[in-house]
Design a protein. Sequence first.
Length: 320
Amino acid sequence: MTETLGSTGEFGLIAAITKGLSTGEDVLVGPGDDAAVVAAPDGRMVITTDLLVEGRHFRQDWSSAYDVGRKAAAQNLADIMAMGARPTSLVVGFGAPADLPTAWALELSQGLVDEAELVEASIVGGDTVQSDKIIVSVTAFGSLDGRPPVLRSGARPGDEVAFTGRLGWAEAGYTVLTRGFRSPRSVVEAHRRPQPPYAEGPRAALAGASSLCDVSDGLLSDLGHIAVASEVAIDVHAHALSVPEPLQAVAAATGVDGLKFVLTGGEDHALVGTFEPADVPEGWTVIGSVAEGNQERPAGTVTVDGAPYAAESGHAHFRS
């Protein structure tokens, strides 16, 4: 007989999840008390939170519980990285039907732990509740280690736009899955489990990045956040962006412009930022420029080769 959350019970599940959890040096009090205590050596804490909802952000027939755990942790850790900070800890909220197999929840937990371990962050607590569908809420905490945060509002005219990480892979994977296919495997895996360039956030901050943003909603959409916050105009140079072969294959099979995946696809959690030309870190790809707004390209806008991009610029919640 399969053990379910109903038979395991809330406290049995919590005990199974927290058994053997290790904590890093930033954690002063870990799971087991009413709240965790995490050190903030310079008096500041970077905090972010995200939700994953079954049927909206993942499907059990597309992703394993382990994949969902990795993805839930990654999207939060990437936001910490995008502030130029170092992730320290996570708390997790988990809602699920009572008939969900307990093994699924434990596999999810292992995915969260393994992703957090990539950046030496710790799972320090959370909550569980019965719900009609699976919901995973993760809140991440990070340390600036004495540095100022890198904000979206710091881009300056004359800066170059550069990125690191993968663009469009997760969107290509989603496109494949919605059509009932499972290949190319590389893009399907990218949808299931992103690979953020975690080390590059603090590295960009140390290099002098004037602004940074995690590419979660799409390159153009997230550059739009920088353009609005910084009151500048940003132009992306299409010739500087490559369309990797797996994305070309999906584009050819589905009739989608491969460049659209790169410009508008979200959930890869690449990192995009602006730098003085001499400050662009090695390994980052320069893809555009920052200018003052004018009548032709007002402040707050993003263009591609000097013109508005015809397709939707990226994901937006509550878009009808």
